[in-house]
Design a protein around this ligand. Structure first.
Ligand code: ZN
Length: 326
């Protein structure tokens, strides 16, 4: 008999990281210029893809000298691994025609490309769980920062163009001098169970109308301004499926840079006899699944004919796997 509530099994895929962040270094231009000469570059294209190697366990980084002799103004310092500096640069490489499926099981929605040099390029959602700890952290940070720079080219206050500063960790407005920092939008994600015993015997899953058929996941939503995380969990679940929850408990978090979120995970309890009222247009269907059914889906690699679980890069996958094993 389990007496402790379930926890995530280790760090979520995109919460892994090994390089050192160094805020002071970002303002030391002389040192940055030196570090550039011996560094490695993570190229990210406008679709958020990077070249991978060794079955997508590592990133095919480039020596900085092959990218530029001097540190480019838009190069972002990701961090240091010993004496090696890692940088992100947005770049396009010629691709062959056609898209390819990523290695592993990534939910069947992400596709990659093959460069004319024969390298596979994949996005973070597709390969995040396959990458080693160093590569996962580098690509996650690179995705978030390149997304931000690609979408925030003008000052939010005066509308003038902005320029990257602090090794890509801030922008400076050319009009009013305002500084802006990379933005992260918090979102909650909650595994709702029926409260039987310690961890419940049934879990509430739902699907959005735009998802592939049979795909279900736990409920999630963005935190609103002026709202606590716990209040957001209560509100989102009430809005999405019309059910009140209690016993909200923190599980963990992971960055989700698509384009700029962090997912903050919780468990909560709801009455399985309470009527489910899916939100119009947002939730196509919501229903309770038994632990045995979810275990069966996990054992089948996340896919049964009528139940497809979230892909292994997502924290939702970690939550459901941990709950099913409890
Ligand atoms: Zn401005």
């Amino acid at each position: 008999m389990t007496t402790h509530p379930f926890q995530l099994h280790g760090l979520p895929a995109l919460s892994r990281s090994t390089v050192q962040r160094d805020e002071l270094l970002r303002k030391d231009d002389r040192r940055l210029d030196e570090l550039w000469r011996t560094g490695q570059v993570v190229l990210v294209d406008r679709q958020g893809r990077t070249p991978v190697r060794d079955g997508a366990t590592g990133l095919a980084t480039r020596p900085t000298a092959t990218v530029a002799d001097e540190r480019p103004a838009d190069a972002v310092l990701l961090g240091l691994d010993g004496d090696t500096s890692y940088w992100a640069v947005t770049a396009e490489e010629p691709m062959r025609e056609g898209l390819i499926a990523p290695p592993g099981n990534s939910w069947g929605m992400a596709t990659g490309g093959v460069s004319q040099a024969g390298e596979e390029w994949h996005d973070l959602r597709a390969v995040g769980d396959l990458l080693d700890d160093t590569a996962a952290g580098l690509f996650t940070t690179a995705s978030g920062l390149t997304n931000w720079h690609g979408r925030a080219r003008h000052c939010a206050k005066c509308g003038a163009a902005v320029l990257p500063v602090a090794a890509g960790w801030a922008t400076h407005c050319t009009g009013c001098g305002r500084e802006e920092y990379p933005r992260t939008d918090p979102a909650v994600i909650c595994l709702v169970h029926d409260g039987a015993g310690v961890d419940g015997e049934n879990v509430l899953l739902a699907r959005q109308p735009i998802w592939p058929p049979h795909r279900y996941s736990v409920l999630a939503g963005f935190v609103e301004t002026g709202e606590s995380l716990e209040a957001c969990v209560e509100r989102e679940i009430a809005e999405e499926v019309g059910v009140p929850v209690s016993g909200i408990r923190y599980l963990g978090s992971q960055p989700w840079p698509f384009p700029r979120s962090i997912m903050i995970a919780f468990a909560a309890v709801a009455d399985p006899d309470h009527p489910l009222v899916p939100a119009d247009g947002e939730i196509e269907q919501a229903r309770w699944y038994s632990r045995a059914r979810v275990r069966e889906a996990v054992a089948a690699g996340g896919q049964l004919p009528d139940l497809i679980l979230p892909g292994p890069t997502s924290i939702a996958h970690q939550m459901l796997t941990a709950w099913a094993a409890a």
